[in-house]
Design a protein around this ligand. Sequence first.
Ligand SMILES: [Mg+2]
Length: 215
Amino acid sequence: MQDELNALGIDPGRPLLISDADEVLFAFMEGFESFLNSRGLSFSWASFRLNGNIIDDRTGEAVEARAVRSLIYSFFENHTRTIAAVDGAAESLRHLGHHLQIVVLSNIWSEFRDARAHALRSQGMPYPVITNNGSKAPAVAHLASLTSGPAFFIDDSPEHHRDIADLAGDVIRIHYVSNRRLAGLLGPAANCHHHAHDWPGICSFIENCLGVGTS
Ligand SMILES: [Mg+2]
């Protein structure tokens, strides 16, 4: 993975933003819930976890963990190219791009990387995509080491923020969950510098950190 990160051509003199994709740039839950409904399944919204909360409408029973994984794979296989962007993400990134460089770090199967990059490009976010598996901390720590400017990290998952706080504490961590219902179930992540509610808020926070004016 380090070779792939080194090949991004990160400018050592420029700040860096490392952004998650699902629930940050893409409306994952909205798309995934529609996908479930189209297959006679529902999301129970009893908690934020996918396991245990996907219900078979015919039986009222939760789908077992192995089938949940297949459903998630099938969703990405069929919908990665067309998943909708989160409101304000493209405009905010375009604006922030005047001040920093942007990389998308996504925990998605690597075979869907090109489809993910296509979906970003087609919705005004032509940034490099790195696919990852498990903790994002090693990749984030390595990317941050390639620049002397501040590095920012945005993700909806509290686990990634915790891991990065441990391994790369200097990275400025922003917790953002675009789906408000999911955000309410998850609650604010610990180990973060900022809890954002929308992209304009993320934009203002980063501009304040960089000491550049909002326009
Ligand atoms: Mg995510």
